[in-house]
Design a binder for this molecule. Structure first.
Ligand SMILES: CC(C)(COP(=O)(O)OP(=O)(O)OC[C@H]1O[C@@H](n2cnc3c(N)ncnc32)[C@H](O)[C@@H]1OP(=O)(O)O)[C@@H](O)C(=O)NCCC(=O)NCCS
Length: 167
């Protein structure tokens, strides 16, 4: 049977669905529709979408190469549609992300995660474990650097996975 999930780079016409995936994720900070348009165009080579057999967008990873850390491929946001979770799609999305033209020479997979996000921590730690590489963790953004008027925000832990083998 052919694989029902396909991975591809995004275009402007995908940005509204990426925004919807982020909105419906139950965990991500929702950015403006315009931010997702930029991600699907200016950052298309470091972003990946997953589609099912009906062409429904069921997951995405948006990322970039930080100018201050050029060997890293940074995951800005990752989400899997609720009805597709727990089947390995998150892991496959990270593989697809690290195979994009803009990330495939990255030596480190980096991200930030809030301490209460068990699914996200399990995704990244499991990814490192499965590849036999380290997952260094430290607090990057303490709670107080977020604007108080925007409501309580947990600190963000930085994860640094690698070094990754050549792809
Ligand atoms: C995080 C997320 C992308 C994971 O996607 P997924 O397709 O369910 O993940 P996978 O099925 O590939 O599972 C990866 C690992 O995480 C574990 N995991 C998944 N959901 C979990 C949960 N709710 N609690 C604990 N562990 C969980 C799996 O058991 C698996 O572990 P393993 O590698 O040891 O086998 C998904 O839960 C999601 O979209 N969450 C909302 C958005 C979000 O929090 N994004 C991350 C912010 S940085």
């Amino acid at each position: 049977m052919s694989d029902p999930i396909r991975f591809r780079g995004p275009a402007a016409s995908d940005a509204a669905d990426v925004w919807r995936l982020a909105r419906d994720s139950g965990a991500l900070d929702l950015n403006s529709p315009y931010a997702y348009l930029l991600w699907c165009t200016d950052f298309a080579t470091t972003t990946v979408l997953a589609e099912d057999a009906t062409d429904r967008r069921v997951g995405f990873v948006g990322g970039y190469r930080p100018p201050t850390d050029p060997e890293a491929a940074f995951v800005w946001q990752v989400a899997v549609a609720a009805d597709q979770r727990g089947r390995g799609l998150g892991r496959r999305l990270l593989d697809a992300f690290l195979s994009r033209p803009g990330t495939r020479d990255g030596r480190w997979l980096t991200a930030t995660v809030t301490p209460s996000n068990a699914a996200s921590l399990a995704l990244f730690r499991g990814y490192a474990d499965a590849r036999g590489v380290g997952c260094d963790e430290h607090e990057r953004f303490p709670a107080e650097v977020f604007p108080a008027e925007a409501g309580v925000h947990e600190p963000e832990l930085a994860l640094r996975i690698g070094p990754l083998p050549p792809r």
